[in-house]
Design a protein around this ligand. Sequence first.
Ligand code: AMP
Ligand code: GLY
Length: 426
Amino acid sequence: MRVLVVGGGGREHALVWKLTQSPEVKKIFCIPGNAGIAALAECVPINVDDLAGILHFARENKICLTVVGPEAPLAAGIVDLFQENSLLIFGPDRRGALLEGSKIWAKNFMAKYKIPTAAFAVFHSLQAADDYLKKASYPLVVKADGLAAGKGVLIAPDYEEAALFLHAVMEAKIFGSAGDSIVIEEFLQGEEVSVFAVTDGDTYFTLPSVQDHKAVYEGDRGPNTGGMGAYSPAPVLTPQMLREVHKIIFEPVFKGLRAEGITYRGVLYGGLIVSPEGELKVLEFNVRFGDPEAQVLFPGLRTDLFPLLYETARGNLRSLWPPEWEAGATVCVVLASEGYPGAYETGKEIRGLEKASAMQKAVVFHSGTSFQNQQVVTAGGRVLGITAWDADLESALKQAYQLAAGIDFEGKYYRRDIAHRALVRK
Ligand code: AMP
Ligand code: GLY
C-alpha cells in the first residue's frame, strides 16, 4: 500500500514513524514533511492548503490512503474533495471539521446534545460584546470563532485585557475573518486532559489519556503555545472517569453528529477539564490528532496503525479489535526556539541528533526542521519532540531529559517540568 501523510510537524513524523512499522505499508509520501520525516518517507513540496495539488498528487501516485494531520485542510474540505473523487482519506469532512473550525458551531452543538461545557454567550458585533464584558465578572475566556492557529483564546483577568483582545480580534482583525464573531465563556478551574476517539461514524475506540503542557514556561506560566510537552497515560483521568467520558461526552457527540447527518470518519480530540470535585467538562474539540499528543500515543500502540486508519476511512472499523497498548508511560519534551510562541530565529544548526539511535526506548520526532547545505537546521518555533517510554513515568522522563540535554542548537529552550502533575499525584 502507498500512503500519503499531509502535514510537516512532530505529529506527522510520529504518524509516518508508526506507519513504517506496518507490514502492509510499502511506501510513504509526506506533504510537505520535514528533515526528520525525510529519513522515512518521500517528502513532496506542496503547500498543505493546496487541496487541488494534493488531490492531483494522490491520483498520479496511486495513493491508497491519505492521512491528514493538521486542521486547516480538513476545515477547507480536503476530505469532501477526495471523497468526490473516490479516493480514501482519513479525517472528517468539512461539516465534521466545524467542531474545531467554528467555536460557535461547536458550542451550539454541545448545548443541543447536552454535552457538558462552560456556559457561554455568542457575539457578532463589537459593541454588544464590549457591553457584555463591561458588566461581566472575571476571570472569563474570550475566543475567536474561527481557526487562529491556537492563538484565538484569551483567559482575561479583568475588563481591560478582555477589551484589548476583543478589539484586536473584532476590529483590527488580527485573525482575519476568524474574528468576525466571538464566544465569551465562563472560566473553568481544574486540570486539563485530552482523550482521543477514532471513529468511522458508527463504531469508535478511545486512545489512552494524555496531558499536554500548553504554557511556554515552567509552572504553567506565560502565554499558550501549541504544546511544550506531553505524557501518557494521564492519571488525573481515573478508569471511572473514563467511563463517564464515554457516557456523557463521546456517546452523545457521535449520536449528535449522526443526527446532524454528518458521517465523521477520523479522530476526534476531546480537550477536557476535570474540576477539583472530579466533574468533567469539554473545553474544546479538535478534529485531528494533537501535537505533541500524537508523539506520546503512537510509541505505545502495540497493534498496527495502518488498518486502524484504513478501516476508519472505509467505514469498516467494526471489523477490527480495539487497539492494544503497551503498559508503562511515554513522555515527550519539546525543544523550542528561544522567543517562541513570539518571534524567533531559524536556520540554527542542530547537533547531537545521532544520540537517539543509541537508545532503545526513545525517538526524536522533528517538528520544525529543514536541511541547509545537507545539515539539519531549525525551521520553526517548536523544533524537536524528544520522546521516550519505559515501564514507569520516572524512567521515561529520565531518558527524555538526558536526550534533551544532549541535543543542541543555538537558542534551545525547553520546560524541565513535563508531567509534574502526575509526579505529585503518586
Ligand atoms: P481552546 O482552543 O478552546 O481549547 O482553548 C485553548 C486553551 O485555553 C485550553 O487548552 C485551556 O487551557 C484554555 N481554556 C479554554 N477555555 C477555557 C475555559 N472555559 N476555562 C479555562 N480555560 C480555558
Ligand atoms: N497540543 C494541542 C493541540 O494539538 O491542539
